[in-house]
Write a protein that binds this ligand. Sequence first.
Ligand SMILES: C[S@@+](CC[C@H](N)C(=O)[O-])C[C@H]1O[C@@H](n2cnc3c(N)ncnc32)[C@H](O)[C@@H]1O
Length: 131
Amino acid sequence: MGERKLDKSFSIKTVGIREWGDGEVHYNRYEATPYAALDKLFERYRLDKSDSVVDFGCGRGRVAFYIHNRFHVPVTGIEANDITYEEALKNIETYKLRAKHIKAPIRFKFGLAEHYEIKPEENRFFLIPFL
Ligand SMILES: C[S@@+](CC[C@H](N)C(=O)[O-])C[C@H]1O[C@@H](n2cnc3c(N)ncnc32)[C@H](O)[C@@H]1O
């Protein structure tokens, strides 16, 4: 199935690229991890009910939604680009309508990953190297 169709199955929109612009060299651009790569990763890397995940640089939220939907664990996404963050918030509204049966929380926070204070229960971390 294509990326857009898989997005549709979660009621989200994550396809596309966003550069930071203005010659920004410190922060990586937005580009979602391919669904096929996530499938491959989670064939071997399993999560269980006691886990709690943080996605540093969550973009529009694809990885967060994928993990939340597949493992039913709490997920927090951190995003520093204000436009991308707004898109993640739109996605969460539509996703939640579809995922009402999943009790675990999913949320996004605006800000730099390096400023996020990790909570004691957060024990699994996803990040794409920022440089
Ligand atoms: C390559 S995308 C990955 C998005 C998502 N994690 C995924 O794999 O589908 C990287 C994202 O990290 C954000 N980002 C880059 N540097 C950041 C930082 N220091 N703190 C928070 N977000 C950052 C970018 O705006 C972009 O949306």
